[in-house]
Design a protein around this ligand. Structure first.
Ligand code: 5GP
Ligand code: ZN
Length: 112
């Protein structure tokens, strides 16, 4: 998607602080962190949101969920972390390329 900022980050056309990358996913630091560790995990495949996920994406989403704790553990969230997927306007989604927020590294997070 040529007008998607996260696709541009994957392509290197917008700079980002990369934490992890493989053939399926890209993980980088959120530009406005809400916790000492605040990462965004995105698939290289452009999917607009969780509401746009189709049967063909199940393996990819499972892969992402399996990678979350591994990357969290490697980035300072050994004692736990929070994952958030905002979906759609009323879900507070701002960027329409599906992403998993990974937050932690600063003590117990408040309930939200
Ligand atoms: P959403 O509200 O869509 O779930 O979250 C979008 C997230 O992307 C926000 O936390 C915001 O700070 C982050 N973000 C937006 N634009 C950029 C950017 O250009 N670079 C980085 N690293 N993060 C961004
Ligand atoms: Zn995209």
């Amino acid at each position: 998607m040529s007008d998607c900022i996260f696709c541009k980050i994957i392509d290197g056309n917008i700079p980002s602080e990369k934490v992890y990358e493989d053939e399926k996913i890209y993980v980088f630091k959120d530009i406005a962190p809400k916790a000492p560790v605040h990462l965004l995990m995105i698939p290289k495949l452009h999917i607009a949101s969780l509401a746009e996920v189709e049967d063909q994406h199940q393996d990819l989403l499972g892969y992402m969920m399996r990678k979350v704790p591994q990357i969290a553990h490697e980035t300072g969230c050994e004692k736990g972390f929070r994952t958030i997927i905002n979906t759609g306007d009323e879900g507070g989604q701002e960027v329409y390329h599906i992403h998993i927020h990974i937050l932690g590294g600063g003590g117990r997070l408040p309930f939200a």
